[in-house]
Design a protein around this ligand. Structure first.
Ligand SMILES: Cc1cc2nc3c(=O)[nH]c(=O)nc-3n(C[C@H](O)[C@H](O)[C@H](O)COP(=O)(O)O)c2cc1C
Length: 316
């Protein structure tokens, strides 16, 4: 059960918070450019690769299309103490794809294999994985899986949409088994990703498709307890949610000061602020915050009011 890489979301403070609430089996960093890391701009990118010990096993995700730079960066990830290296072959965003990186590599099977091989060469004893989509504009999961498998990655995560589909259609779980069958006997693990909301749903998908693991992305918004088998989201008290909001805000301030604008926190805080009457007002107020002390001030009256209550299903 893996936490997905999400640029601008699964940053070091959020990952730390998630690990402290209930750790996934494996955690991925936001993606980082190998070209950037191999340029004079490296110091500016290094904060993205910060992690804390409680997150282990922690995998660094890299993007690019230059095998030599993947080799160099794989060595660097090893020196930085990561537990694995993941190659992004799934990002559909224009600025990434126009450089030949992300999901554009699906159109360049030979180059994609070279990138994997170069990363494996530089990674030393670290496992190398790939996160990708199931095609460019049509579903080619089986052929694409076989191409990737030839290069011998330790794992492949399929986000079950094509590049063209972005995130606009439901994930195609009906084709997951094709990759699972292609990988049988190769030793490569297959993970599925897309629209999974709970561990219970993930367990069902594992049973139905035979996949080795599930990767969760957006379901983590506002729910750092997602990976807990002991506690359901409905069981988390409002008091704990408010405390978590404050802890998240202070963690962000402590770990990202001067590196990321505090307004990044607004979307996180909005996600926590639900399930009680007056939640909408708090969400609007949170649009104005600029520091953790602002959050304390905004949340204080609600925290006092709802000290002992759990969320009210269906309210705001
Ligand atoms: C805001 C955002 C940022 C993302 N950044 C990355 C990224 O850096 N690397 C990556 O491989 N995928 C990235 N993704 C894709 C997610 O990892 C995941 O594949 C996608 O959200 C589908 O899974 P979900 O339905 O569980 O959210 C991002 C998605 C979102 C919403």
């Amino acid at each position: 059960m893996a936490l997905a890489p999400m640029d601008g979301v699964t940053d070091p403070p959020f990952r730390h918070l998630i690990a402290s609430c209930c750790k996934p089996d494996v955690t991925f960093t936001e993606f980082v450019s190998v070209d950037g890391l191999c340029s004079a701009g490296r110091p500016r990118l290094m904060p993205v690769l910060r992690y804390t010990e409680i997150e282990r096993p922690i995998v660094a995700q890299l993007f690019g299309d230059t095998p030599e730079n993947f080799l160099t960066c794989a060595r660097l990830m090893n020196e930085l103490g990561f537990d694995g290296i993941d190659i992004n072959m799934g990002c559909p965003v224009k600025v990434i794809c126009k450089t030949g990186s992300g999901s554009s590599l699906i159109a360049e099977p030979a180059l994609a294999q070279e990138v994997i091989q170069a990363t494996i060469e530089g990674a030393g004893d670290l496992p190398v994985s790939v996160k990708t989509r199931i095609g460019l504009s049509t579903i080619v999961i089986e052929d694409w899986a076989r191409t990737l498998l030839e290069a011998g990655p330790a794992a492949i995560t399929f986000h079950l949409r094509t590049k063209k589909e972005m995130s606009k259609v439901p994930a195609h779980w009906e084709v997951m088994h094709l990759a699972v069958e292609a990988a049988r006997g190769t030793g490569t693990l297959i993970l599925g990703n897309g629209d999974v909301k709970s561990l219970a749903q993930a367990d069902r998908l594992v049973a139905e498709t035979g996949v080795d693991g599930i990767m969760f992305g957006r379901a983590i918004y506002g729910n750092p307890w997602l990976f807990s088998r002991a506690r359901r989201y409905e069981d988390i008290s409002l008091a704990e949610k408010f405390d978590t909001m404050l802890r998240h805000a202070y963690l962000f301030e402590e770990m990202c000061a001067g590196e990321r604008p505090f307004k990044v926190m607004r979307k996180h805080l909005r996600e926590y602020a639900g399930g009680f009457s007056g939640a909408k007002g708090l969400r609007i107020a949170l649009e104005e915050i600029d520091c953790a002390d602002d959050v304390v001030r905004m949340v204080a009256p609600y925290r006092e009011q709802y000290q002992t209550e759990v969320s009210e299903p269906g309210s705001e």
